[in-house]
Design a protein around this ligand. Structure first.
Ligand code: KG4
Ligand code: ZN
Length: 339
């Protein structure tokens, strides 16, 4: 089955062609048109600007994907599109385009949840057995899930304020480092000493699996305003270390609580080198399997949408052409088992 994936939930327009056979996936072509340069002067994504750019690029990007994939649109068996969560104006562009394409080609359409797709991206490169724990850590989301099957994702805990990637972006902005913050903070952090500047580990002591990153950002702000002489590299390293420590510890608790040994770490922040290193250390220490998609499949992409679309189609069949977009996901919540 050849699946065309379409993603436009935030500031990346992405299209991919993925061949799926008996649970094995091959990316025939995958393109991402990033809007980073467009939003950089504003220090963050401007929704109105994002949706206009999606509209401009989605058609030529899709033409290019078929050219690169070396096949005509008629070879597509299924059209999969992100229906939410995300910016409504941006989602509408991808969903309307996908509906038109599915109708014109007389092919089934499936709606994909962007957060689930981040987790399912791992199937592009690995085959973890269910159930497993997934940590989705991106610019819009930071949450832990118990994943029982491709479609059954139970929420164990999530951020009560900023997502981890959002915290990277906000800290970078207040340090005058530009946008997006994750990659630049990570680069500077590699040259700094994470122990020199003490920063809090928010919610580390709390027994649940929720996160909070806005206090950490405020702690950095107070330090900057204090007038102390601080090396930016040390501050970046201390901030990165604090985020990594909380993420690793909460994920460790989730695996322990459910007696599982496989963890998937995904979403844009999962491309962070220090985070990957910390999780590899955990895997080695506990004898667990910790899997990350390649960096290109951690950040927003459409190959993950195609994979999620394939699974959705197997489980629920096609969606109706009047399917709607949604700004927020709702996942069933699972409390921690009593120890
Ligand atoms: O998954 P993604 O592309 O979009 C969302 O669904 O949000 O994630 C984007 C986020 C941004 O906040 C960006 O700063 C962060 O991922 N990010 C990183 C790194 N690369 C991207 N954060 C930390 N370290 C990185 N290397
Ligand atoms: Zn994302």
């Amino acid at each position: 089955m050849r699946v065309l994936g379409i993603e436009s939930s935030c500031d990346e327009t992405a299209v991919a062609l993925v061949s799926c056979e008996a649970g094995t996936f091959q990316v025939d072509s995958s393109l991402v048109a990033s809007q980073v340069e467009l939003h950089r002067p504003f220090g963050g994504v401007v929704p109105e600007v994002a949706s206009r750019r999606h509209l401009e690029v989605i058609y030529p990007l899709t033409e290019e994907i078929f050219r690169q994939g070396g096949m005509p649109p008629e070879k597509v068996d299924l059209v999969a599109v992100t229906a939410g969560p995300g910016l409504p104006g941006s989602l509408v562009v991808g969903v309307s385009f996908a509906k038109a394409l599915a109708y014109a080609l007389a092919r089934p359409l499936v709606a994909v949840d962007h957060v689930k797709a981040h987790t399912l991206a791992i199937f592009l490169e690995a085959h973890p057995a269910f159930p497993f724990i997934s940590l989705v850590v991106s610019g819009g989301h930071t949450a832990l899930f118990l994943v029982k099957s491709p479609g059954e994702h139970y929420l164990l805990g999530h951020t009560r304020d900023d997502a981890a990637g959002e915290a990277f972006d906000k800290v970078a902005r207040l340090l005058g480092l530009g946008y997006p913050g994750g990659p630049v903070i990570s680069r500077l952090a590699a040259k700094g000493d994470p122990q020199k500047i003490p920063l809090p580990r928010p919610m580390l002591e709390s027994p649940d699996l929720d996160f909070s990153f806005s206090g950490l950002k405020t702690a950095v702000l107070h330090l900057v305003r204090s007038g102390k002489t601080l090396e930016t590299t040390d501050l970046c390293a201390a901030f990165e270390e604090a985020v990594c420590e909380v993420l690793v510890e909460k994920a460790r608790r989730a695996l322990t609580a459910f007696g599982l040994s496989t963890l998937v770490v995904c979403g844009g922040v999962a491309s962070n080198r220090r985070l990957r290193q910390r999780f590899k250390e955990l895997a080695w220490k506990e004898g667990w399997q910790v899997l990350f998609p390649s960096p290109e499949y951690c950040t927003d992409n459409a190959a993950m949408v195609a994979v999620a679309g394939y699974f959705t189609f197997q489980e629920t069949g096609p969606a109706a052409l009047d399917l709607d977009i949604y700004a927020r996901s709702t996942f069933p919540h699972l409390p921690l088992p009593r120890s």
